[in-house]
Design a protein around this ligand. Sequence first.
Ligand SMILES: *[C@@H]1O[C@H](CO)[C@@H](O)[C@H](O)[C@H]1NC(C)=O
Ligand SMILES: *[C@@H]1O[C@H](CO)[C@@H](O)[C@H](O)[C@H]1NC(C)=O
Ligand SMILES: *[C@@H]1O[C@H](CO)[C@@H](O)[C@H](O)[C@H]1NC(C)=O
Length: 434
Amino acid sequence: MRILSLILATASAMLLYPEQVHISWTENEGEMRVTWVTFYPISSVVSYRPILCNSPALWTYLDGSFTEFDQGDTLEIIQYINTAVIKDLDPSCFYEYSVGNYVFWSEIFLFNGRTADYSEPFDTTEVNLIVLGDWGTGDLGKYTLNLLGEEAKLRDFDAVLHIGDIAYDLNDQEGEIGNIWLNMVEHIAGNYAYMTNPGNHESPNNFTHYSNRFKMPINEANQGTSWFYSFDYGPAHFVMIDTEVYFFNSAEVIENQLNWLKADLEKANKNRGIRPWLIVLGHRALYCSINNLVPVSQINPACGSQATLLKNKLEDLMYTNGVDVFFQAHLHNYERDAPVYKNLTVPSEFDGENIHIGAKAPIYITNGNAGNVEAHNPVSPTPQEWSRFLSNDYGYGRLSIFNNTHLYYEQFSSELLECIDYVWLIKTQNSYNS
Ligand SMILES: *[C@@H]1O[C@H](CO)[C@@H](O)[C@H](O)[C@H]1NC(C)=O
Ligand SMILES: *[C@@H]1O[C@H](CO)[C@@H](O)[C@H](O)[C@H]1NC(C)=O
Ligand SMILES: *[C@@H]1O[C@H](CO)[C@@H](O)[C@H](O)[C@H]1NC(C)=O
């Protein structure tokens, strides 16, 4: 009898215990959305308070709301995805928070009150963001988990940008892999805005796992799918796009994003006096080195036919709008390219090994090697002329935009535990193309 009640208590605690806590910026300034999962439909709250600033450190209790999500593929397994949006954040504060139902509480997480920033007075001071892609569970996911987990303790970055391919896969093993991965990264994604866009691994059932588990800024065109959106932060405008529509969706869906993207880039371009940096991130690559010693028909499609398709659709938009950096993933390696347009290196006012002053085309950085069960993709033994650095070490990058003129990016090897590459971009005008 005692054993039975113990089992029941443990089982219900497991159902009630909040898990998979993660946070993201919204379409409004001064807001943080908190998302978490329970396996029992119970109303729960976020309790939070400002710290390390002039506001009184009093706890506020904010009601969450949940939606039912069937994580199973062949089985019906319902999880309850809870969210709540904390508003009116003071950028000079940090915030502690915990989610729970007054019986079971999560651990206490901490985030910075500085959020995506859409209105005056604009805060265009230095920003630091982690950029990574293609991150899964298991032993190979641990390299980046360990290094980034340590870096997260130092609080030397503001947010994480995950460019698609999440968990390998969110829906695998009846959705269990998604749960395991979200719990695995909770100490990062619960403490920093964790901004995502979809990759090909999110495609099953029209990206349902992705759209339900990740809540990104909402706009009229994305209708809350989290597939594509943009935000302003520091001296930059960031655009998260969905390259997967070109491979999995209808012409109508493609057109919908494209119209939005054109308008978004044009608007950002007009705003360059305030935010001169324009950064675009999408899962699949437009540029990655192919081995030009093998016949074109045998070339890895990701850098061959698929890259060509995406270039035809997107490259001119990037170039004419003066995009500075295009981050991509999908390839399980790291490659940094020089400014390039139509397959030709475009000389800057000055180019060095690790520096471009007055660049005149986007630089493309492939960063799809956070680590996952599919392991590495070898780098090309014969890189293209525009390729500047290649590595297949598991790792991630850190983007620092210091001010209106200086951008610095460095790539870490999570295997060697060191920085393996860096690049400076220095502007001589707000945009090379406006
Ligand atoms: C997939 O989702 C998108 C976005 O919600 C929607 O526009 C599209 O019609 C869906 N496609 C299918 C085949 O259901
Ligand atoms: C790009 O140029 C290189 C060198 O001229 C060539 O080998 C390669 O096939 C070209 N790639 C494409 C996609 O045109
Ligand atoms: C911009 O940042 C760089 C790197 O920190 C610094 O050297 C430079 O002086 C800064 N420029 C301005 C105008 O503050």
